[in-house]
Design a binder for this molecule. Structure first.
Ligand SMILES: *Cc1c(COP(=O)(O)O)cnc(C)c1O
Length: 343
């Protein structure tokens, strides 16, 4: 049985969080002489530390209560906090499935946590055949699953993800940064069903707000409370909160953006498939495409020379480059250039 008190670090459970001026008086109206702010100008006041307006809009959109929502300074902050809240440095372990997003490894190293890496299958699925050994691994506190996965582009089987969540007594962080491009159902509704699941979304991809640095964690209120305790008091700037609100208030924006990128993606997949230097175009549920080519290092350099930057993933997935879906004209330029490079 999952027991949150067994997976939270003792120092985190015992922590008395910083109490900001806005914690002590959360009201909006008054003569504010409590936070040593400059009384003149604009942007002179500290942001709302709990982003109440933004959470209330997200809550209404997703049908999930505000006490199940945490906002981070990008998903980066949520990943880092997951290590800091649940993994004792030098003692506890985390686990993920490779190849995957490089930030998990960096966050683990920054926190002095060993990251156990289980290879994905040939089709980039989760291999559960040996799962009983790693699910019961001593001191394993955190499992990170990326679905759709970066850089492979595919979604994990929902039943595999569910199996891990139900059979693991630690925390499962499910990174769904690309879920809007997938057409698959998010595990978001399950965030309330499984007390050990954190579903992570971001404003950086489908919402087109990477510059704004806002990541979203959905989980049980008992988990969310620890994130609120551990975060920097004013972790999301007023400017970024405002811009996120503005975008969410425009109801068609997400759908329009996703539709356009998916159309471009299908065209790009078809064009890439017709090129002789392309050996394989992997199926994608994301806004990027993993492509196997004859000589990725050479191709990468050639493309850079022509001013087109893709991601060389040869060291992570042998023979592969990762291409982010661009605008119609960017994609055409890429295909034209690839044809020029073709022998
Ligand atoms: C892009 C991406 C994110 C988003 O990170 P932010 O810090 O929110 O910009 C999260 N996870 C994966 C796997 C990504 O590729």
């Amino acid at each position: 049985m999952f027991d949150i008190s067994k997976v939270v670090r003792k120092n985190v459970a015992d922590l008395v969080p910083y109490s900001s001026a806005r914690d002590e008086f959360p009201g909006k109206d008054g003569t504010f002489m409590d936070a040593n702010e400059n009384p003149y100008g604009s942007l002179n006041r500290y942001p709302d530390p709990y982003q109440k307006e933004l959470k209330s809009l997200i809550s209404a959109r997703k049908g999930i209560s505000e006490d199940r929502i945490f906002l981070g300074n990008g998903s980066d902050e949520i990943i880092d906090l997951s290590f800091r809240i649940f993994c004792n440095p030098g003692i506890d372990k985390a686990l993920t499935f490779i190849p995957t997003y490089g930030m998990y490894e960096v966050a683990a190293a920054m926190n002095d946590v060993t990251l156990v890496k289980i290879p994905l299958t040939a089709n980039f699925g989760i291999d559960l055949s040996n799962s009983s050994s790693w699910l019961k691994m001593p001191d394993l506190k955190l499992i990170i699953i990326c679905s759709p996965n970066n850089p492979t582009g595919n979604s994990m089987k929902a039943s595999d993800v569910e199996y891990i969540i139900s059979n693991f007594e630690g925390i499962v962080l499910l990174d769904e940064a690309y879920i809007d491009f997938s057409g698959k159902e998010s595990f978001l509704s399950s965030a309330g069903i499984y007390p050990n699941l954190i579903v992570m979304h971001t404003f950086s991809k489908a919402m087109g707000m990477a510059a704004g640095r806002i990541g979203i964690a959905y989980s049980d209120p008992a988990v969310i409370r620890f994130f609120n305790k551990m975060k920097a008091p004013y972790n999301i700037s007023t400017l970024n909160q405002r811009e996120a609100l503005r975008r969410l208030a425009n109801p068609g924006l997400l759908e329009k953006s996703v539709k356009r990128i998916k159309t471009n993606r299908e065209r790009l997949v078809r064009s890439l498939g017709g090129l002789s230097i392309v050996e394989k175009v992997f199926p994608t549920d994301s806004n990027f495409i993993l492509v196997k080519v004859k000589d990725p290092d050479h191709l990468y350099t050639k493309l850079v020379e022509k001013g087109i930057i893709v991601r060389n993933r040869n060291s992570v997935v042998r023979g592969c480059i990762r291409i982010t879906v661009g605008t119609g004209s960017e994609n055409k330029k890429l295909i034209r250039t690839l044809k020029e490079i073709e022998p």
